[in-house]
Ligand binder design. Structure first.
Ligand code: ADP
Length: 361
């Protein structure tokens, strides 16, 4: 049985359909990340699960129980917001125990629940401070601890790290991952940051325009995107999009012309294409092979900028038709970097998309 399931869920705001026919099963203990661009509907989905928004149609199941219209307080769900929403006049101890005190639990009972959680979150030495006396990361941990003391069945996070500076964000990401390993509570986490999604998720749900585009393990989505949107959203730097014009079709292969004139063969598979069709070849920055001389199965790139990070360098440039290209090279040691590159494409790793963005395989 799934820990949580959405079944054909819709959300309408007046005539605007924010969520369209979303179905999803989250397994017990799983860490699922909803990712997508701003306005795609991720927060709406999370808020419907929490009970902060009505579900227009469809069903929400938590364990075996239908919870579509259940009062938020009775869903056994805890949510951590971007803005933490700690009580400023209460100490860390007061914030952590607040929900239990409201529920009428005794002081010793509250301490028995709060203390181990404070220890786990390394807050024991800060119990008498107020939120204003804490760093951003510590406040974040108090917000998580406050949710944890309620022993939720499902933990929801809405962009919890986006207010933190870059270094702290990386640190908190690691802490969240370790915490999840320790407590194992089923978690749904919303972010627009694909790196957070890749590093935290057991499975990623890619959302666009209120619909699920694809669900899968991070590496599955990276290696096997089902459309150009997912290929473009997952992976940093972004996948390269190269226009490929069909110049020939035989039984097994398509002959494709690339910008600059090189012709490549690509297995035809189930694709029906006619001469003159313009398709998109998706090539990740690490899937080019630099050669000397003219590329036979690739492209020439005019480089305008090199970025040297030490272990890895990125060349930013353009093809003959103006399309932008990013090329990754490991352990590149030329101090300036070349201005013109001849790049063969590793065709076995390249994806072919039709004019609608659907992957052809
Ligand atoms: P995300 O979290 O992915 O940025 P949201 O879930 O906040 O996106 O919003 C999804 C869509 O629903 C957006 O187009 C947004 O404008 C719309 N929306 C969200 N809340 C409301 C509301 N209360 N009334 C009308 N439209 C809303």
């Amino acid at each position: 049985m799934a820990a949580l399931a959405l079944q054909n869920v819709y959300k309408k705001y007046g005539s605007v359909e924010a969520i369209t026919d979303v179905s999803l099963e989250v397994r017990e203990g799983e860490f699922v990340v909803f990712v997508g661009p701003s306005g795609c509907g991720k927060s709406t989905l999370l808020r419907m699960i929490a009970g902060l928004e009505d579900i227009s149609s469809g069903r929400l199941m938590i364990g075996a129980e239908e919870r579509t219209h259940t009062d938020p307080a009775k869903r056994q769900i805890a949510m951590v917001f971007q803005s933490y929403a700690l009580y400023p006049h209460l100490t860390v101890r007061g914030n952590l125990g607040f929900a239990l005190r409201m529920a009428g639990e005794s002081k010793p009972a509250i301490a028995a629940k709060v203390d181990p959680i404070a220890t786990m979150l390394q807050l024991s030495g800060l119990m008498d401070r107020r939120p204003s006396q804490l760093s951003g990361g510590q406040r974040q941990r108090v917000a998580i601890g406050r949710a944890l003391v309620r022993s939720p069945k499902v933990f929801l996070f809405d962009e919890p790290l986006s207010n933190l500076d870059a270094e702290l964000r990386v640190q908190m990401r690691v802490e969240l991952a370790q915490l999840h390993k320790k407590i194992g509570v089923t978690t749904i986490y919303v972010t627009h940051d694909q790196v957070e999604a890749m590093t935290l998720a057991d499975r990623i749900v890619v959302v666009r325009n209120g619909r699920i585009e694809q669900i899968g393990a991070p590496i599955e989505l990276y290696d096997n995107p089902s459309n150009l949107f997912v290929a473009g959203f997952i992976g940093s730097p972004r996948i390269n999009e190269i226009t490929a014009t069909v110049t020939g079709v035989d039984e097994s292969d398509l002959l494709l012309e690339l910008p600059g004139g090189a012709r490549i063969s690509y297995p035809r598979l189930e694709l029906t294409a006619v001469i003159g069709d313009r398709l998109t070849l998706g090539v990740r920055p690490e899937h080019f092979i630099r050669i000397t001389g003219d590329p036979q199965n690739g492209v020439r790139v005019n480089v305008d900028y090199w970025e040297h990070l030490g272990g890895v360098s990125y060349a930013y440039g353009a093809l003959a038709n103006g399309q932008r290209i990013i090329f990754e090279e490991r352990l590149f040691r030329s101090p300036v970097g070349d201005r013109s590159l001849s790049l063969e494409i590793d065709i076995s790793k390249a994806f072919l998309f039709d004019a609608t963005g659907r992957r052809r395989r």
